[in-house]
Design a protein around this ligand. Sequence first.
Ligand SMILES: [Zn+2]
Length: 316
Amino acid sequence: MKKKNIVLRPPIKTKYAYEKLRCCKNCHNYTVLMEENCTTCGKPALLPVQELALRAAKRSLSNDLLLTLLLTLIAVAFSPTFQFIAISAVSGAALMALLLFVRRKALPSRTSIELSKMFVRDRDRIANGLVRNLDIAAAQENEARSYELMREVAVIIRNDHIRKLQILLLQSLVLRKDMDLELEPLLLEDFDPELASYIGELAKIKRELIKDRTFQYVIKYEQQITAMKDGDDILAGVAGAAVRMKRYVLAYSGFLARYARKLPKDRFLRLYRIVTENPDLNWGALQAETARIYEEKYQWDADFQQIKPRSNIHDV
Ligand SMILES: [Zn+2]
């Protein structure tokens, strides 16, 4: 399959995932895509869910106020003496003043209560809306656009089906360093060769995206990756990403011992430096393996001459 050269737009980031969710005032359908009109009824009636929750919160707070006013009026109407009328009116007014005062403070928490009520009540509607969004995303002619739309849906629902679709789409594009790519949100439960290839590509262009969960995924499915056509390149690339930090080298020293020989010189130099400068840490088989590779390939290399064990520095 020939890969396409397409520009991927960065995602619009929001503090909470649900902030992307909008609901149609007219037909009550949900969407996370940025369309102007509701795709179900065609009306320009889409409102962000926070906006709807805020309106509901204002309404319920106003209801409290109206109820207090009503009760005050009833109390006044049924008061037998002037004294009772005065007490009812004053306490009713005080309560309404208090309600007005706390209203401002209560609004944010009331809004989040309304929001969670909405999510519980409209669970199925939201799910259906997202399924419709996915269909729209899958029907796009342009893979990048399709991926962008799926990424919007994946912010709200995380499942392996959507992740697989996203990985397939990404694998149909030429990936570049300047793209806004992600890895950890796309990690699957099971082994997937497309995901393994994607990890291999990221190891070349964006190794900072490879973190603990990816190392664990790769180690878990090492056998399957080895069996792939360019499996060894992928594993060596991931090993090259692990030498970024001492912590990773220590945590995945067994894995690194198996692929240290396949590292390019700059990555091996880094690994050799980390292991040699920290002789007191427990490197396991990695210590002997780096020493062996150094002897075989690099002992006359000038770049390696500066590296000395930290504890022996004063002896030199
Ligand atoms: Zn609608």
